[in-house]
Design a protein around this ligand. Structure first.
Ligand code: SAM
Length: 285
């Protein structure tokens, strides 16, 4: 049997390949090309429009850092909004916080939710059925510009800025998120691998920065987001949230009773430190 390979197509001249040990699902949905396959190194892998979205083996890093950093920094998050996140990993981690009373998740593609429930069940681990979760199938940019509710934390777990995900990197989306955030609320978003996609951070600074008193980034190394550490956009009007001590974060983390495999208070605080090449690109604005 010839084992074929899956070549990620995010970058023209560089990319990662996975042996396709078994294709579990491959279909063009209403919005994007969805494939879910088995790989001997990373377990079950999901890709959209040729770009790796998540894998069984390393998903915990991204999902823990995109949720526990903003929620524990905020300190009293009761209502959370997730944009995208169709695999359910973000929803699972948010709902581990007993202090969170309500989560609305706005995902554009029902097929991603359905197929990830079926082929990546440990990502959501039942989170979609949690009584606190409200799942909305819609375009995130329309939702945040029409929504009348407010949220303490907004997490944009979106695809890259192309196809349906492009609007989630627009000023209109950021303006909508600002209007949906409570006072002192926190917005975070996946913002690409800074070494490979520095223009994504510069664009985010230009478009997101004007709406908030404090706009920066934090980061974590996620093996299958190739090319270096993954950047997460950060935005809030509470400038103290990015300066909190390890002791304060540790107290909140221990009170949450959450066990993690990547996140810890020391990493939380350290993740806001950025390399010179990123600081330089942002300073030039
Ligand atoms: N962790 C991944 C990453 O960092 O690239 C993202 C994972 S998640 C699968 C991305 C989700 O964003 C997908 O489920 C996709 O359908 C959803 N999405 C893309 N554009 C969207 C939009 N405009 N509104 C809501 N959801 C969107």
């Amino acid at each position: 049997m010839t084992t074929t390979t899956y070549l990620e197509s995010l970058y023209k001249g560089y990319g990662q390949s996975f042996t396709l040990d078994e294709v579990l699902f491959e279909h063009r949905t209403e919005h994007q090309e969805l494939i879910i396959f088995r790989n001997s190194e990373f377990g079950t892998v999901m890709a959209l429009d040729g770009i790796i979205q998540t894998t069984e083996r390393d998903e915990f890093i991204y999902h823990e850092m995109m949720t526990h950093v903003p929620i524990l920094a905020h300190g009293n998050a009761k209502r959370v909004l997730i944009i995208g996140g169709g695999d359910g990993g973000i929803l699972r981690e948010v709902l581990r916080h007993q202090s969170v009373e309500h989560v609305t998740q706005v995902e554009i593609d029902q097929a991603v939710i359905d197929m990830c429930k079926q082929y990546l069940p440990n990502h959501s681990a039942g989170a979609f059925d949690d009584s606190r979760a409200n799942i909305v199938i819609a375009d995130g940019v329309e939702f945040v510009n029409e929504c009348t509710e407010t949220f303490d934390v907004i997490i944009s777990d979106c695809t890259d800025p192309m196809g349906p995900g492009e609007v989630l990197f627009s000023s209109r989306f950021y303006e909508g998120c600002k209007r949906c955030l409570t006072e002192g609320g926190v917005f975070v978003a996946q913002n690409g691998v800074a070494f490979m996609q520095p223009e994504e951070l510069v664009t985010t600074r230009r478009r997101l920065g004007p709406y908030f008193a404090d706009q920066s980034f934090y980061n974590a190394a996620v093996p299958t987001y190739v090319g270096g550490v993954m950047a997460f956009a950060w935005a809030t009007d509470n400038t103290e949230l990015r300066q909190q001590s390890v002791e304060l974060i540790r107290e909140r983390f221990e009170r949450s009773g959450i066990q993690t495999r990547y996140y810890n208070p020391a990493l939380h605080v350290a993740s806001f430190a950025l390399p010179q090449y990123v600081l330089g690109a942002l300073d030039d604005l």
